[in-house]
Design a protein. Structure first.
Length: 387
């Protein structure tokens, strides 16, 4: 069966490249995927696939298979682009200044639609139903996953699968059981002091020095309060203070991110960081404020689903195509589906230049047929209860 599926994916590879290139040339940012959604809806309609639009914003849900059967398994692809200027010169570059598909979401959608085309020919009247989720707003919190869940996208679903391109060679698949991606939290801290001339710091209260102490303390939290066997990163990525070279400001604002794989570590570090921000400035007579924006947890792969996927790759592509990956520090709002269903996130090789979120991101389109064939084969296997 897998050989036939791969052959079918090969036959439609040109169509998948055309879909991917259209999306690549016409990227839309999170929550603004109006034209993207309309384009994908037109394709599904042309293929005779009934679907629901406007799910969780600009999302689409389609159930494949016999009418009246409720799907238990689903596969998801994200459709939004990034606010980054593309630097690679290709014939189908982004036509939108400062916006580009540099995380491979255009390829994710093309692979998912390729799986749809293959599954159309293989789910008969007696087959099991399978659900397609085309999700908006993966890149920007609070993310489209939660909104789609609220709109019923996971009703009746037991398992959800997603692919994400990576810099492995084409034809290789990155798999692991357990935590795959990090939790993601965005924080903002503000230190309030008292401005004065830089020549007379004793007449004011320097918030920059206090902020520097907080930044150093954050690193101590990671290195000295957390079990070193538990990965975590606490990074201050933006600091804003002052307007003149010789005037100390009243306030300093800092923004950053926490990444972790353990819910306990995540909760503990956020609590400790808040105490540092609120308590440390008081030692000098200042004040600290702390805010955490809506984040999401870690994607945790179900062991049985991961094993099924590994066996499928071995059968269809060979043992050498299965790459056991370490946990990845990037975040994925795919994690939110884990509150309702078992998850499986698989990294699929798109070539060494497929460096995520880089202006030089360059994807080998050979990944499209491989990802489509893998998705189709896995969804058929899972829908038939073969995990």
């Amino acid at each position: 069966m897998l050989a036939e599926i791969r052959a079918e994916a090969e036959r439609i590879a040109g169509d998948l490249a055309a879909i991917r290139r259209h999306l690549h040339q016409n990227p839309e940012l999170s929550y603004k995927e109006v034209n993207t959604s309309a384009y994908l809806s037109r394709l599904l309609s042309e293929w005779g696939i009934k679907h629901r639009i406007g799910v969780g914003g600009h999302g689409i849900v389609a159930d494949l298979g016999p009418a009246g059967k409720s799907p238990k398994v689903a596969f998801r692809a994200d459709m939004d682009a990034l606010p980054i200027q593309e630097q690679v010169q290709i014939p189908f570059c982004s036509t939108v200044p400062g916006v580009a598909h540099l995380c491979g979401h255009d390829a994710h959608v093309a692979m998912a639609l390729g799986a749809v085309r293959i599954l159309q020919n293989r789910i008969g009247a007696e087959g099991e139903a399978i659900r397609l989720l085309l999700q908006p707003a993966e890149e920007l919190p609070p993310g489209g996953a939660e909104a789609m869940i609220r709109d019923g996208a996971l009703a009746g679903i037991d398992s959800v699968v997603a692919l994400h391109v990576c810099d492995l060679p084409v034809g290789q698949f990155g798999l692991r059981s357990g935590a795959v991606t990090a939790s993601v939290d965005r924080f903002q801290a503000q230190v309030k002091g008292r401005g004065c001339h830089g020549a007379n710091p004793h007449l004011g209260l320097d918030p920059i020095v206090i902020a520097a102490g907080i930044i150093q303390a954050f690193q101590t939290l990671v290195s000295r309060t957390k079990d070193p066997r538990e990965p975590a990163v606490l990074s201050v990525c933006r600091v804003e203070a002052g307007q003149q070279y010789n005037i100390l400001p009243d306030t300093v604002t800092m923004e950053g991110t926490l990444r972790a794989f353990s819910p306990k570590v995540r909760e503990d570090l956020l609590a400790r960081a808040e105490r540092v921000v609120r308590d440390y400035p008081r030692l000098f007579g200042g004040e600290g404020e702390w805010t955490v924006s809506a984040g999401h947890g870690s994607v945790v792969n179900d062991p049985a689903l991961a094993l099924t996927a590994a066996r499928l790759v071995e059968e269809g592509w060979g043992k050498e195509a299965v790459v056991e990956i370490p946990p990845q520090n990037f975040g994925e709002d795919f994690a939110n589906y884990g509150d309702k269903a078992r998850l499986l996130l698989v990294l699929v090789g798109a070539g060494p230049a497929a460096v995520l979120h880089s202006p030089g991101f360059l994807l080998d389109e050979g990944v499209l047929k491989e990802g489509a064939a893998f998705l189709a084969g896995l969804m058929l296997r899972l829908s038939r209860g073969s995990d």
